[in-house]
Design a protein around this ligand. Structure first.
Ligand SMILES: Cc1cc2nc3c(=O)[nH]c(=O)nc-3n(C[C@H](O)[C@H](O)[C@H](O)COP(=O)(O)OP(=O)(O)OC[C@H]3O[C@@H](n4cnc5c(N)ncnc54)[C@H](O)[C@@H]3O)c2cc1C
Length: 483
């Protein structure tokens, strides 16, 4: 238990209704329940997890994630949330990334290790990068130059320059742009290069490639995503809290006389001292006309209008045989970007199940189902020739049109703080101001931030926000302080 939480428990038991049970809502609810607040977690759908969840797909009769979700060692708040609900050991970690070119040539990226020997950050990944056949010598020089520039304080300032302009200015080669920036960075941020603000790209570069090998290691769940949250309801119940599923919130009124929120749902009214809106920006926008008129609400409405969605697609394929021995790979020069061997990654998963992810492409998301599947299969066979002999047993295509929000230059002004325009009400969700792009870490961080703000509001400060991993090695000297 964090300092201050015991004190919060001792104070009169306050009640909070958390609206939205995505990662943001769940992490806020669990942190608050642990601190002694009576929590009611309310979700419109019939399951927990929001955009990061799994379900039984009727077409293939398999439980699938709505898309592969990966995390990294630097996602300290998400890992803290997993730890709190006892599922941190269900994440499989890897530091290796295999890049495959059409035709099958492979390059491996990852930290250098020779027995107990390793290299200090940011040099830990240098030997494998210099060895990678996917990049020419000119690409490597250009990328080295860009990485050096990304650790400088200027890269942290949002100068309104887009990443594509910055890359041109830093003389990036075509190979570096297509095989690194477009692939790794544009897909990590799920947007095209001309729609990305430089500080967000710099953050990804520093966290995944420079700060430390630990920060850049990649985690994947060994169980379907929703199974990760199976412990959330018992966790809350054991702490005097509750979860209401299938409960869509339609509006709320602040009762000045009692100092309580009256929350209107399709199935009845809920009353609580505090309210947390842990919703995506578009759901917050829909609720705004049904919340009390407050001066700041108009500003919030204008901020929301500046957000836009980016799609993510996943193709789930079951073959009659194993088509690769890799757990995971990155594909170069084609529409499909990421391959996850789910039969190897998820324990107890039979069959030969491969998931392909196509990020940041509106064109692919607009393709008719059969065309999209055929394209994915044709491309997959270019990387993994065994696919040509294998029989496809079943397939599902998932298009998430509203997967993530974009991070174009100037977006920070449109990301609100946790404190809302209304009394005793806080905002959470991946899109609020966390400094992180649209990720589960941003959602968990916002959840922990509102829990912390609520503690302050009741006069009992507590530390819920997990600290960042400290840069290691030489990066301790090179890390910029934000001007
Ligand atoms: C296809 C896809 C792939 C992704 N890949 C990754 C990845 O690899 N790594 C990563 O870190 N992130 C990834 N993300 C992003 C990540 O899923 C999100 O950033 C994160 O899950 C957002 O969590 P949240 O709690 O802020 O919002 P949500 O998950 O959207 O949760 C909001 C919840 O509120 C509920 N709700 C809405 N309106 C109401 C209402 N009026 N009343 C009651 N409930 C309501 C919704 O049903 C939902 O459950 C991906 C997202 C998608 C869609």
């Amino acid at each position: 238990m964090h300092p201050g939480q015991e004190k919060l428990r001792e104070s009169a038991q306050r009640s909070v209704t958390v609206i939205g049970a995505g990662v943001a809502g769940m992490s806020a609810a669990c942190a608050l329940a642990e601190a002694g607040v009576r929590v009611r977690l309310v979700e419109g759908r019939s399951y927990l997890g929001g955009r990061a969840s799994s379900y039984l797909h009727p077409g293939v009769n398999e439980v699938i994630d709505n898309c592969q979700h990966v995390l990294f060692g630097c996602c300290t708040n998400l890992i803290g949330f997993y730890r709190r609900i006892g599922v941190a050991d269900r994440i499989h970690w890897t530091s290796e990334m295999t890049m495959i070119e059409p035709g099958g040539r492979r390059s491996r990226l990852g930290p250098f290790k020779l027995g107990p020997l390793s290299l200090p950050a940011p040099l830990h990944g240098a030997p494998s990068f210099l060895n990678a056949r996917a990049f020419t010598f000119a690409d490597k020089l250009a990328l080295g130059r860009a990485m050096r520039a990304m650790v400088r304080p200027e890269a942290m300032k949002d100068t309104r320059e887009t990443l594509s302009e910055w890359l041109r200015r830093h003389k990036q080669t075509e190979g570096a742009i297509n095989r690194f920036w477009r692939l790794v960075i544009a897909s990590a941020l799920n947007a095209e290069l001309d729609s990305i603000a430089v500080p967000y790209a710099a953050k990804v570069i520093r966290e995944l490639f420079l700060n430390s090998a630990e920060a850049g290691s990649m985690g994947m769940s060994t169980v379907p995503l929703s199974e990760l949250y199976a412990g959330v309801t018992p966790f809350l119940n054991e702490r005097d809290g509750s979860v209401l599923l299938n409960t869509h919130v339609e509006g709320a009124a602040w009762d000045e006389a009692t100092g309580k929120w009256l929350i209107c749902t399709r199935t009845g009214e809920l009353i609580s001292d505090y309210m947390i809106l842990a919703l995506p920006f578009e759901a917050t926008q829909k609720l705004l006309p049904h919340l009390p008129a407050e001066e700041g609400a108009e500003k919030l409405a204008r901020q929301i209008e500046r957000h836009e969605h980016w799609p993510l697609c996943s193709v789930h394929l079951w073959f009659d045989r194993e088509v690769t021995d890799l757990e995971h790979a990155v594909f170069l020069d084609r529409e499909i970007h990421w391959m996850y061997n789910k039969s190897r990654l998820q324990t107890g998963r039979g069959g030969h199940y491969i998931e392909l992810v196509v990020s940041a492409t509106r064109a692919f998301a607009a393709l008719p189902r059969e065309v999209a599947i055929q394209q994915a299969l044709t491309e997959l066979a270019e990387f993994l020739p065994t696919v040509k002999e294998a029989k496809l047993e079943k397939v599902a295509l998932i298009k998430e049109v509203r997967a993530t929000f974009g991070v174009p230059p100037g977006i920070d002004a449109a990301r609100p703080q946790a404190i809302s325009p209304w009394p005793n009400c806080f905002l959470a969700g991946d899109w609020v101001q966390t400094g992180w792009p649209s990720t589960m870490e941003s959602a968990a961080r916002s959840g922990h931030t509102v829990a912390q703000e609520l503690g302050l509001n009741v006069g009992n400060p507590m530390n819920c926000v997990e600290p960042d991993l400290k840069p290691r090695g030489l990066m301790r000297l090179l890390s910029p302080t934000v001007p």
